[in-house]
Write a protein that binds this ligand. Structure first.
Ligand code: MEV
Length: 449
């Protein structure tokens, strides 16, 4: 059987095999080549951890981990770890950090880490609604007994709200809880399950489910910057500073008007946010779900950030839910995320959310500036060139050299990558000079870009 025919043929009971057996079953059946095996390989410690973190683990998937350096956030220098597969993201973020630092950097704030968990009940009549509301003391006492350590850290139960949902007739009991430095999912789900028997008895109904909401509308973070227009001069590519700022502001208005643009505008923001969320082993899906729901809260997807011009400055701001933890879950379990948090100065959850908000705004600033002043494809393609050279067989220093050569010609295809690799080999063998290779590359479409 070829490895292409192996799909769907893992042995019965695969997930129950010992970790090592699972890994070798996968490697053997799919005839993993050396590159594939090495890429998914984990040292014994990392594999043991992977096996604890997910079911049926066979290896790890190492994402590139980069550091976007040079941020000024609330007057402090911050370097931000980012785990992401897209080539331009870390570079674009560092670029924005550098520009915005010239205007004093980012100023941020974050809400208290309060989130909501729900018990949904069926079969509750109108008198039951009153009894449910009156049960708040009993619910709070029950939660206190399971949240004593959270309460010692200043967190715990904040409020309870009972409402009937008009379409299903279900009764929703919302528990608001301050989860302090946790992302909160375990605390919130445990709280709802703890409250469930009390609520079922009070409402004389039956619980359909007990679950947190990832929406987190009360756990938001905000960041802003103010950039004197003249700072834009070196980056405005042929536009005046005021012209570049006006175009950035118009791009915000466009995203606010057209949801199709807003989705992509927000995707750019999440390029930054999700990379930090991933690097700290927080829950990327929860953060994405909350951000997109917040963006659509008026019934239309709108931009999470805003640009405007005032008093000869470009103003940028962002406001989004950010349920990020610095303890619990995988965050303080995985050595890579512990190291990422150390790089950030071991922030608490609110500080981490503020950094994430600044990062999202930086990423967005960089994308929008490039889009309205010259386009993004030129910068993207230069980064793409190194990948093409790698695919075409270049390794080590030759990969970057081939990419440089391709950038001189401005042609980014597999053929151009192979040609560049061939030219470099000829330079190495002394058959042609580097200058000849550079000229040949430039001549392909008339000159360096
Ligand atoms: C690409 O990953 C992100 C952008 O499309 C964001 C944007 O369009 O604002 C460049």
């Amino acid at each position: 059987m070829s490895r292409e025919q192996a799909a769907g043929k893992l042995p019965e009971g695969f997930r129950k095999l010992a970790p090592g057996q699972r890994k070798s079953a996968w490697e053997t059946l799919f005839l993993l080549d050396d590159d594939e095996r090495a890429a998914a390989a984990a040292g014994p410690g990392a594999f043991e951890l992977a096996d604890l973190m997910v079911e049926a683990a066979v290896g790890v998937l190492p994402l590139p981990l980069g550091i976007a350096s040079g941020f000024m956030i609330d007057g402090e220098r911050v370097d931000i770890p980012m785990a992401v597969e897209e080539p331009s993201v870390v570079a674009a973020t560092g670029y924005a950090a550098h520009i915005i630092a010239k205007g004093g950097g980012f100023f941020t704030e974050a809400d208290e880490p309060v989130m909501e968990s729900y018990v949904y009940l069926e079969g509750v009549d109108d008198e039951g609604l009153g009894r449910l509301r009156a049960s708040v003391g009993a619910v709070q006492a029950a939660l206190s007994s399971v949240q004593s350590s959270l309460e010692r850290r200043g967190g715990g139960f904040r409020s309870m709200r009972v409402e009937r949902l008009p379409e299903t007739g279900l009764v929703s009991v919302e528990l608001s809880i301050d989860v302090r430095d946790a992302m909160g999912a375990n605390i919130l789900n445990t709280a709802a399950e703890t409250a469930k028997p009390i609520l079922e008895a009070a409402g004389r109904g039956t619980a359909l489910m007990c679950i947190l909401s990832n929406a987190s509308p009360a756990r938001r973070a905000r960041a802003r910057f103010s950039l004197p227009l003249e700072v834009l001069a070196p980056y405005a590519r042929g536009y005046t500073c005021a012209g570049a700022a006006r175009r950035m502001t118009l791009s915000w208005a466009l995203a606010d008007e057209d949801p199709r643009r807003a989705v992509t505008h927000n995707k750019g923001i999440m390029n930054g946010v999700a990379a930090l969320v991933q690097a700290t082993m927080n829950d990327t899906r929860a953060v994405e779900a909350a951000a997109h729901a917040w963006a659509a809260r008026t019934g239309r997807v709108r931009p999470l950030s805003r640009f405007s011009v005032s008093d000869r400055a470009l103003e940028g701001s962002i406001d989004l839910p950010l349920a990020l933890g610095t303890v619990g879950g995988s965050v303080d379990l995985h050595p890579a995320s512990r190291a990422a948090l150390r790089l950030l100065g071991n922030p608490d959850s609110r500080r981490l959310a503020r950094i994430a908000a600044a990062l999202g705004l930086a990423q967005n600033f960089s994308a929008v500036l490039a889009l309205v002043c010259g386009g993004i494809q030129h910068g993207h393609m230069r980064l793409h060139a190194a990948r093409l050279a790698y695919r075409a067989g270049a390794r080590g220093a030759a990969t970057r050299e081939a990419a440089e050569l391709m950038a001189r010609g401005g042609i980014y295809t597999m053929d151009a990558a192979r040609r560049a690799i061939g030219q470099l080999a000829m330079v190495r063998q002394g058959m042609i000079t580097q200058a000849t290779a550079d000229q040949a590359a430039a001549d392909q479409d008339g000159g360096p870009k």
